[in-house]
Design a protein around this ligand. Structure first.
Ligand SMILES: *[C@@H]1O[C@H](CO)[C@@H](O)[C@H](O)[C@H]1NC(C)=O
Ligand SMILES: *[C@@H]1O[C@H](CO)[C@@H](O)[C@H](O)[C@H]1NC(C)=O
Ligand SMILES: *[C@@H]1O[C@H](CO)[C@@H](O)[C@H](O)[C@H]1NC(C)=O
Ligand SMILES: *[C@@H]1O[C@H](CO)[C@@H](O)[C@H](O)[C@H]1NC(C)=O
Ligand SMILES: [Fe+2]
Length: 468
């Protein structure tokens, strides 16, 4: 395995150096990967844990605004079972230090599918920066997991996020998840939407939501994934009576939206270490006077960069995308919110939806109005960098058709599956890297030192561009 990987590295480096094209814009990597679509792995591959009514599909996410709470979710297939989660500090062996958090159960029907018992329990008042064990189930089917809470929120607190999007459940998805999982640096995942792709199957076969929950458990039971809803979470099927958008998603994936005064789980914010993370919904109304618009308008001025220097926005549909897919789908939201992002000096906007990888320059297009004719994005040091990372590897395959020439706002683009790592060091510097699945874990195909827009607003140099 190791020697095979080394050979692959050498091959990849030489290959990239020789065929990278410099266009009007940045770099279009022509790294070759197989283009055949991967179908979903069969349902039977994702076996439930052994034992009658064993808790399965265990997943955690942040449960409050600052990281002292965790929402633990799981499914019991046959009967409700125990509603509580037992937890204790990893550094205590005294049984008296075991605590219990009580949850509640939800079930739902979708066309002719009936869900198992979906449990959600919020554990509160945890210590910062502390490892906990937690247990679900009883007797023979007790299952034990662990998580580590983040450090207390503060301006120079280092923290490392993984970034994954459009994952699905194919062998490519499995490669992406395994690749990220083997990277010991990731402490929490920023997930930019499109989870199970159940809706690509007849009647949105909701058993695919169950298999996806089993698939990701190995990682998400141990570190929180911060959820964004994508178009594949809509599950809108009116011809078969399913008229409530986001029904399976909202039943299965809970987020702490009330903590940030949001009125919907589809948009909310959290603070974690030195980052302030705002999650938006591309598929909910965001025009003027709508709930999401009003919330974001109130929300942005609340961000205190002295406390959380890094301001990161997650949304599913990219605003800047130079591939021949989803043309202008993000444009209406860009028109509504881009000037706010520039005004509030957002550091990074993460999106998925397009099944490839792309990183933009710091650009904005806020001068444009319908009469002045100025419609091209311009370099803008107050603007965010836009990352499209819809390359988790779902059954729809890779997006490999680029617009030519590469626009000047596009710094790097490649048609490969992978994940990213955002390694925040302090208030001024964060190391960002993108890791394609075909490479060994430490190899970064695209990387740069990000400079914080509030504390250190100087230009960045990407290692990829320098190399070419
Ligand atoms: C749901 O309906 C589909 C299509 O009629 C059928 O193939 C499937 O077996 C049904 N599932 C259940 C649980 O009844
Ligand atoms: C996922 O990949 C791992 C590591 O290569 C492998 O052990 C596992 O069997 C794969 N899982 C599935 C469902 O293919
Ligand atoms: C739009 O552009 C025109 C032409 O430059 C300018 O006169 C007008 O004030 C602009 N409108 C707004 C709302 O900025
Ligand atoms: C912040 O981190 C960067 C990268 O590790 C380092 O070069 C810089 O000196 C750090 N700044 C401070 C104030 O420690
Ligand atoms: Fe999508």
């Amino acid at each position: 395995m190791t020697s095979k990987r080394t050979v692959v590295h050498v091959f990849v480096s030489v290959f990239i150096l020789s065929i990278i094209k410099l266009c009007n814009g940045g770099v279009t990597s022509s790294y070759y990967r197989k283009l055949e679509y991967s179908t979903d792995l069969p349902l039977e591959v994702f076996t439930p844990p052994p034992g009658y009514n064993a808790p399965e599909q265990v997943h955690i996410t942040q449960g409050d605004q600052t990281g002292r709470a965790v929402i633990v979710s799981w499914v019991t297939p046959s009967k409700p079972g125990s509603k509580s989660v037992r937890y204790w500090r990893a550094d205590t062996h005294n049984k008296q230090h075991k605590h219990k958090a009580h949850g509640h159960i939800k079930t739902y029907k979708y066309y002719n599918y009936t869900s198992g018992y979906i449990h959600h329990a919020t554990i509160r008042n945890l210590e910062y920066n502390t490892k906990y064990f937690y247990e679900l189930g009883t007797g023979h089917v007790t299952r034990r997991f662990s998580f580590t809470t983040p450090p207390k929120v503060g301006p120079d607190v280092p923290y490392t996020f993984g970034i994954i999007g459009d994952l699905g459940q194919t062998s490519d998805s499995n490669q992406t998840l395994e690749h990220y999982h083997s990277n010991k640096k990731g402490q929490a995942v920023l997930f930019v939407g499109d989870l199970s792709y159940a809706d690509n199957h007849p009647f949105h076969d909701n058993r695919k939501w169950d298999t996806w929950g089993r698939f990701i458990e190995k990682n998400v039971a141990y570190q929180p994934w911060i959820w964004t809803a994508g178009n594949h979470e809509l599950d809108f099927l009116p011809e078969h009576g399913e008229t409530v958008p986001f029904k399976p998603y909202k039943h299965r994936y809970h987020v702490p939206y009330k903590e940030s005064k949001s009125t919907s789980p589809l948009w909310y914010s959290i603070k974690r270490a030195s980052a302030y993370i705002i999650v938006l919904s591309s598929y909910s109304a965001y025009g003027k006077y709508t709930p999401q618009y009003e919330w974001l308008q109130e929300e942005l001025p609340k961000v205190n960069r002295e406390e959380t220097p890094w301001l990161i926005v997650l949304t599913h549909t990219p605003w800047y995308n130079s591939l021949n897919y989803h043309y202008m789908e993000g444009e209406s939201m860009r028109v509504m919110f881009e000037s706010w992002f520039v005004q509030h000096k957002v550091d990074l906007v993460l999106a998925g939806h397009v099944h490839a990888y792309e990183r933009s320059e710091r650009i904005s297009n806020i001068v444009y109005n319908i009469t002045d004719g100025l419609c091209a994005p311009v370099m803008d040091p107050s603007a965010p960098i836009y990352i499209t990372i819809g390359d988790g590897g779902n059954m729809e395959g890779i997006a490999n058709s680029f617009t030519e020439p590469q626009p000047s706002y596009s710094a790097y683009r490649e048609a490969s599956f992978g994940h990213s790592i955002l390694d925040i060091k302090n208030r001024t510097h964060a190391h960002y890297s993108w890791h394609r699945n075909q490479d060994g874990e430490p190899v970064a195909a695209d990387s740069l030192w990000l400079h914080n827009r509030y504390w250190y607003p100087y230009a960045e140099t990407s290692t990829t561009t320098t190399m070419a």
